[in-house]
Design a protein around this ligand. Structure first.
Ligand code: NDP
Ligand code: ZN
Length: 350
């Protein structure tokens, strides 16, 4: 064991504050990482404030981690000291169920061990995330950061990137498909870039007309202001896929109307009950599919990092001093970030 430092919430109603805590010494298959950068995901806010009802305190968020290997366990073969590596939303899984065998550890039938606020499978301790100076993770859940990528802007690929890439790939988005992305925050801006790189014609649905110009710079071909009923109506029956990153309950019905027959509405932002209810006729009468998707497996996370390097895709980031983390949460809720905060972990030490 050694003493680590980081920022954690002690309850759903208290701000994040500095804490000292114990990290385990590397086990035989573990990699110890000095964290250089960590992205700030909206899930960090949901969890710190217990909006999903599953938080465990103290809760140290952070699952978009980039850093340098400082030590490896005796059996580690994938990484060595000095390597630049990443850790996303998971740090373990059962590794033997059908999902794990299919490289879909995120759907582990026993439930994956998440990077924070989940009991460690070996010692039962509460996992602590990347708002920290270091982390110790089994090598299987550690990915390589391609040399070509800027380290800070690569961090959000570990969650915002994989979460948007995985469903677009799973549903076979291809050249000429019409893809709508709902909400342009951390996930949404990456969704636009990936759909574009896959050859789709991309439309952003946003509440904020002021984001139109920026969306086009991200690669969107069109913008629909979702609060404008006329614009929504004009898009009826148009889209093959909708990638829905909206982080709160919202009415799906007007969006379903914009899908063609056989169109797919993919939820990634919502894990609460759908409210107001979906009118089943909108699915039945046009054979539309309402689907969901959770991050991506470890192998696919490596794939999306390599895809970003190959296609020169980066996240648009605003570098953050960790002392400003609570203000950053407030700004994210107000939609005031272009388009991902990334904590510069050097600021933790001053
Ligand atoms: P951000 O806060 O960065 O972006 C969310 C965007 O959604 C905003 O920029 C805004 O876009 C839109 N939005 C925000 N509030 C509302 C509202 N009240 N009504 C309508 N639209 C709204 O969040 P992230 O991109 O980091 O995360 C999005 C969601 O995805 C979160 O709920 C997060 O927990 C979840 N998530 C899911 C994962 C998965 O595996 N399924 C993985 C990671 C995150 P605009 O201004 O353009 O309307
Ligand atoms: Zn996330």
């Amino acid at each position: 064991m050694y003493t680590a430092i980081g920022y954690a919430a002690q309850s759903a109603t208290t701000p994040l504050a500095p804490v000292k805590f114990e990290r385990r010494s590397p086990r035989a298959d573990d990699v110890a990482i000095e964290i250089l950068y960590c992205g700030v995901c909206h899930s960090d806010i949901h969890q710190a404030r217990n909006e999903w009802g599953i938080a465990v305190y103290p809760l140290m968020p952070g699952h978009e981690i980039v850093g340098k290997v400082t030590a490896v366990g005796a059996n580690v073969t994938k990484h060595k000291i000095g390597d630049l590596v990443g850790v996303g939303c998971m740090v373990d899984s059962c590794r033997s169920c059908d999902a794990c065998q299919a490289n879909l550890e995120q759907y582990c039938l026993e439930g994956p061990t998440m990077t924070y606020a989940t009991p460690d499978r070996v010692d039962g301790s509460n996992t602590m995330g990347g708002y920290s100076d270091s982390i110790v993770v089994s090598e299987h859940f550690v990915v390589r950061i391609p040399e070509k990528l800027d380290l800070a802007s690569a961090a959000p690929i570990l969650c915002a990137g994989i979460t948007t890439y995985s469903p677009l790939k799973h549903y076979g988005v291809k050249a000429g498909d019409k893809v709508g992305v709902l909400g342009m925050g951390g996930l949404g801006h990456m969704g636009i870039k990936f759909a574009k790189a896959m050859g789709a014609e991309v439309t952003l649905f946003t509440r904020s007309a002021s984001k139109a110009e920026e969306a086009r710079r991200q690669g969107a071909d069109h913008v629909i202001v979702s609060t404008d009923a006329e614009q929504m109506k004009a898009a009826a029956g148009h889209f093959d896929f909708l990638l829905d990153t909206i982080p709160v309950q919202h009415d799906l019905n007007p969006y379903l109307d914009t899908l063609r027959f056989d169109g797919v509405h993919i939820l990634v932002g919502l894990i609460e009950p759908i409210d107001p209810p979906v009118h089943a006729g909108k699915l039945v009468m046009s054979r539309r599919v309402l689907a969901g998707s959770l991050i991506g497996g470890v192998a696919e996370t490596q794939e999306v990092l390599d895809f970003c390097a190959e296609h020169n895709i980066t996240c648009d980031i605003e570098m953050l001093d960790i002392h400003q983390i609570n203000e950053a949460f407030t700004r994210m809720i107000a939609g005031d970030v272009k388009y991902r905060f990334v904590i510069d972990m050097a600021t933790l030490k001053v």
